[in-house]
Design a protein around this ligand. Structure first.
Ligand SMILES: Nc1ncnc2c1ncn2[C@@H]1O[C@H](COP(=O)(O)OP(=O)(O)OP(=O)(O)O)[C@@H](O)[C@H]1O
Ligand SMILES: [Mg+2]
Length: 254
């Protein structure tokens, strides 16, 4: 059912082929994993702590290198250190649990920082052009923070800071969004609002998103597809409607 829909509306953006990750201390974080990420799809990674969600996310832009296997990206081939990987990273918007903003800088300056990767190092010694400033403001407007553009980030609430983090990610014109527990440090009301905002933007702009979450109810509400991990293995891959008690047992080893 899911595959039928996909062939009609989506094509493969990224492919993970027999990827295994063993950290230098010997921890096997991912056992050989095969999966594809499709255009237009919100994929949520679920699984208990230590299941391999962050590792899998980080493999998708080679922040963690596979011990074996490979990740290929449409139009680029296999990811390996070098110029193609730099382009893929620049085209990937990352959203973290800790938003990693610079507190003493304004929301606008933090969003502008994401644009620097698009210019040569000489160019970045000079002020960025007005068009960049306008684009950064547009991104802040999309997350409802236009009026906070000039506020220091350390004077914003946790939810507002996370929205600046989202504006910073979308300012890169990403063709992929990776988010690792993006709302883990927010209260439930802010979590739902911030996550909804991020995923609405992904849907409007047709950006595939891969998001790790601990909240099952958000996975059910927002995901097109859920990938369940347990001990480094994919034990579920399907739409939320198929995530029944048996599947949950497999994921959470209950
Ligand atoms: N840099 C590292 N060096 C060694 N082992 C690591 C490293 N990062 C993660 N691990 C181990 O790899 C396994 C998978 O970790 P990972 O962070 O991917 O899990 P996770 O599903 O994201 O967990 P959580 O829900 O707690 O964030 C765990 O056993 C973890 O201890
Ligand atoms: Mg994690």
């Amino acid at each position: 059912m899911l595959d039928q829909t996909r062939t009609q509306i989506s094509s493969e953006f990224l492919s993970v082929k027999a990827v295994e990750v063993i950290y230098p201390n010997g921890t096997v974080a991912l056992k050989p994993v095969d999966l594809q990420i499709f255009d237009n799809e919100i994929t949520v990674l679920l699984g208990p702590s230590g299941a391999g969600k962050s590792t899998l996310l980080r493999v998708l832009n080679n922040l963690v290198s596979p011990t074996s296997g490979e990740v290929t990206v449409r139009g680029m081939g296999a990811l390996q250190p070098g110029s193609k990987l730099r382009i893929h990273r620049r085209n990937t918007g990352m959203v973290f649990q800790q938003h990693q903003l610079i507190g003493r800088l304004s929301a606008l300056q933090n969003v502008l920082l994401s644009r620097i990767g698009h210019f040569s190092s000489i160019r970045t010694l000079f002020p960025l052009p007005q068009t960049e400033r306008r684009w950064a403001l547009e991104c802040l407007e999309r997350v409802g923070l236009m009026e906070k553009a000039l506020s220091r980030c350390d004077a914003l609430s946790g939810g507002q800071q996370q929205r600046v983090g989202i504006a910073r990610a979308i300012a890169q014109h990403p063709n992929l969004i990776l988010a690792d527990e993006p709302v883990a440090s927010l209260d439930p009301a802010s979590s739902e609002r911030v996550l909804g905002m991020l995923l609405d933007i992904c849907k409007q702009d047709n950006i595939p998103a891969v998001i790790s979450l601990h909240q099952l109810e958000y996975a059910r509400k927002f995901a097109d597809r859920i990938i369940g991990l347990s001990n480094g293995l994919v034990v579920f891959d399907g739409p939320p409607s198929l995530l029944d008690d048996k599947a949950l047992k497999n994921i959470y080893n209950a």
